[in-house]
Design a protein around this ligand. Sequence first.
Ligand SMILES: *[C@@H]1O[C@H](CO)[C@@H](O)[C@H](O)[C@H]1NC(C)=O
Ligand SMILES: *[C@@H]1O[C@H](CO)[C@@H](O)[C@H](O)[C@H]1NC(C)=O
Ligand SMILES: *[C@@H]1O[C@H](CO)[C@@H](O)[C@H](O)[C@H]1NC(C)=O
Ligand SMILES: *[C@@H]1O[C@H](CO)[C@@H](O)[C@H](O)[C@H]1NC(C)=O
Ligand SMILES: *[C@@H]1O[C@H](CO)[C@@H](O)[C@H](O)[C@H]1NC(C)=O
Length: 341
Amino acid sequence: MAKVNLSVVVLGLTLLLLAETWAQNPRKRLAPPKPPKNQCCDEVRSLKVQVANLTSILDEMSRKQETDLMSVVRQIMELDKQNRQQEARVTEAESKYSEINNRVEIMQLQTLQSATQTSSDAIYDCSSLYSKNYKISGEYKLPKDEFLGTPELSVFCDMETNGGGWTLIQRRKVGLTSFNRDWKAYKNGFGSIRGDFWLGNDNIFRLTRQPSVLRVELEDWEGETRYAEYGFFTVSNELNSYKLFLANYSGNAGDSLRYHNNTNFSTMNKDNDKCVDDCASLRKGGYWYNCCTDSNLNGVFHRYGQHITKKPDGINWYGWHGSNYSLKKVEMKIRPVDFQP
Ligand SMILES: *[C@@H]1O[C@H](CO)[C@@H](O)[C@H](O)[C@H]1NC(C)=O
Ligand SMILES: *[C@@H]1O[C@H](CO)[C@@H](O)[C@H](O)[C@H]1NC(C)=O
Ligand SMILES: *[C@@H]1O[C@H](CO)[C@@H](O)[C@H](O)[C@H]1NC(C)=O
Ligand SMILES: *[C@@H]1O[C@H](CO)[C@@H](O)[C@H](O)[C@H]1NC(C)=O
Ligand SMILES: *[C@@H]1O[C@H](CO)[C@@H](O)[C@H](O)[C@H]1NC(C)=O
């Protein structure tokens, strides 16, 4: 805008100068024979008026230019705003993309094989996955690992509860899978990893060779939840009948696994309990039966309406609802003691 003003002034001055020159040398241009003296001055005056008029026209033009410039600036600002909105949309799209990408990576990882693994980046359980930044709960495939001597294993990871990194070893919630199974079934695991399952005593033994925490989560038919956590949990190998060892209870469900501490695992076809009775047959599951139960998390799934049972063969936890109440949902999950969320 300063440029416009300056050119106006320069133009005005040039015209004024031209007028003066013309006034001083009127004969050269107009070439009248001896013009009268006042004619010259009239001409000068009229030229001056014309200059003034031209100057005002120029002023007006420059004002018009200014308004045009202003409108151009406004348009640019508008475009800039639209551009910023566009950018925001791009950013949003990008974050959606990276989220999808993250999921894709997890899916790739789920099919990953152990080809180039060393002990330091071995994927051992859900806590190793969590440490590698996989923080979405769901099904993962742990790769076969020669170094650790582990086979490929499908697991369900809880990456949210109390810091995440949990590998589920058991779930009851659908009620269509029978848990009244034999030794071999409990040894290898059964059921569906997204539904009801037992991860398998061999797998639980392997996973708990590193000092582990056990978390038991319970839900009743009123939708209320409770939990029991054991700061230390391990099971022995098959030779030692998958004997249970646990310590350091905390939680709000009651300590209903303590009674099962230091007992062997029993199933319908292998009675290792501390009773004359055959607990596995009475309680209809596979468990660390003592004589017989203070909890029966692998018992019979009784549906709503039948969940108050006559016999204590349901999915029960005496410390919360007693021996005759079969729970709606159970999850048992483990993670290393030294896990840092
Ligand atoms: C100034 O210019 C306008 C438009 O060109 C014209 O109508 C007007 O008569 C002029 N005035 C003088 C004093 O020359
Ligand atoms: C139980 O907790 C105490 C106190 O934190 C600890 O000293 C002890 O080693 C824990 N026991 C086991 C078996 O982990
Ligand atoms: C547990 O099993 C082991 C071997 O598997 C056996 O030696 C031990 O006596 C059993 N303990 C009980 C309490 O049955
Ligand atoms: C389980 O038994 C061991 C001894 O074998 C004991 O140290 C531990 O505290 C017991 N756990 C519970 C929860 O009582
Ligand atoms: C469970 O049911 C049985 C049979 O009806 C009954 O004898 C027992 O007292 C009940 N137990 C509890 C804790 O309600």
